[in-house]
Design a protein around this ligand. Structure first.
Ligand code: EPU
Length: 417
């Protein structure tokens, strides 16, 4: 059943799209970096912060903590000189996963944190045991009841060597942040995606002394206070970039400006090997409608295939030549797109966490409801290609800045109701 209040996007007659889009700053880098910005207790001028729902929630939390946060054109200025300790048992924290980056920042500033975390979400159960293990190894006592986490410093730890027990992006960033008060820490088996490396670059910018070496971070304390005002630019969003690439490959001809291809080399190489028409120019990547070969995909941690791109590639493979097996090994509930493709008549079988696809050329209009951010992006591409109706589209605003403006500029003709 479709909810009555959900916003819908409708395309009566699909047409090819063509034009240029500019990639925004990375959501998954901007969220932890904004949380971390209060460590300086000073003023930071950020550029490339995406104007998306998740960031608006982080800004709301920062203001609740007595920080001054304002947009000046496309720059976001955060002044945390008057930051105060407050309980984070508030509904905003429950709204997004990334609010847990406030925990180690609070531990650094106040030695304690009370926070309400999101429970499971539509893409999977999402436990935080690996975060807690790292906090405990660094001297904090944690109590988690339902989704309320209570955490206090129990002892001062100056030196530590910690090997992460799980491959987790969030736990890796949180372990790094929770080490900031120590004199010397080695963290091993981290997942250091480009977004985590951006957090490390920001920490260096504000005066911490640490180095990232493949899966490891060596932290050597604080070098001393930095200047009052720090300027920092967030890296481009590789998932947003790939969304427009897949859009171009299926729906027309899209030039993508401002992306950093080094951040998503592996999936790009898969596409090139499968003979999709992608051209690399000095300041843009161009994706042109083409039917490449199918290939198998297994989601993994960086630098291998990212789970956030899996639903997009599912749609691409459904139109490819040959057959493909897509295996999701990170989030158990990220397979909804294959049920949708099946309902549209595609030759797609979903068995557990694997989708078996035989590529075909089906141009049925869609009539579907988005269940999570990346599922919404994948369905939006199908909608642009074939027309129809997609509901619950507000979800896309969690991760894509100005996406409706962009697709209108590319020539898509749609109505939003
Ligand atoms: N896991 C545990 N215990 C933990 C932490 C994680 O079992 O303590 C498991 C998770 O359940 C999952 C796997 O480890 O099966 C990986 O989860 P991870 O912690 O790496 O994910 P995350 O940090 O919660 C971030 C992004 C996600 C992205 C994943 C994987 C943010 C705010 N979120 O989540 O982004 O899918 O890494 O790359 O950075 C999205 O942008 O759509 C999105 C969901």
């Amino acid at each position: 059943m479709m909810g009555e209040n959900m916003k819908k996007i409708i395309i009566k007659k699909a047409n090819d799209i063509k034009g240029t889009v500019k990639i925004n700053g990375s959501k998954n880098a901007a969220i932890p970096i904004l949380c971390t910005s209060i460590l300086t207790k000073g003023r930071i001028i950020f550029s490339n912060i995406p104007k998306i729902t998740d960031i608006k929630i982080i800004i709301k939390i920062l203001r609740y903590l007595n920080c001054k946060v304002r947009w000046r054109f496309n720059k976001l200025i955060v002044d945390s000189s008057k930051i105060e300790y407050k309980s984070l048992v508030i509904e905003e924290c429950e709204k997004l996963r990334g609010s847990y980056y406030f925990i180690p920042v609070f531990l650094y500033l106040f030695d304690k944190c009370d926070i309400l975390l999101p429970g499971g979400c539509s893409i999977g159960s999402r436990p935080i045991d690996a975060h807690i293990e790292a906090f405990e190894a660094l001297g904090f006592k944690c109590m988690l009841k339902d989704n309320h986490l209570w955490i206090r410093r129990e002892k001062a730890i100056n030196e530590a060597s910690i090997t992460m027990s799980k491959k987790s992006v969030g736990a890796s960033i949180n372990a790094i942040l929770a080490s900031l008060k120590c004199r010397y820490v080695i963290l091993d088996e981290l997942v250091l995606e480009p977004e985590a490396l951006d957090v490390i670059a920001f920490l260096k910018e504000i005066g911490f002394d640490l180095d990232a070496l493949s899966h490891k971070v060596v932290f050597r304390g604080f070098k001393g206070r930095v200047d009052e005002v720090v300027k920092y630019k967030i890296i481009p969003d590789r998932i947003e970039a790939m969304t427009y690439i897949v859009m171009g490959l299926l729906c027309g001809d899209v030039k993508i400006k401002g992306a950093n291809a080094d951040h998503f080399k592996y999936p790009l190489e898969l596409l090139l090997k499968a003979k999709y028409n992608i051209r690399f120019k000095r300041n843009y990547i161009r994706a042109i409608k083409s039917r490449g070969n199918c290939f198998d995909i297994k989601t993994e941690t960086y630098p291998l295939f990212p789970t956030d791109m899996q639903p997009l590639f599912g749609v691409l493979m459904a139109y490819g030549k040959g057959s493909s097996v897509i295996e999701e090994d990170i989030f158990e509930n990220r397979m909804q797109i294959y049920k949708d493709l099946n309902s549209l008549g595609f030759n797609v079988n979903l068995i557990g966490n694997k989708a078996y696809i035989i590529g075909s050329l089906i141009n049925e209009p869609i009539n579907h409801e988005a269940k999570d951010l990346r599922h919404c992006a994948a369905l939006l591409i199908l909608l642009i290609k074939n027309g129809g109706l997609l509901s619950n589209i507000d979800l896309i605003k969690r991760g894509y800045n100005s996406i409706f403006y962009n697709i209108r500029n590319l020539g898509a003709k749609f109505k939003i109701k």
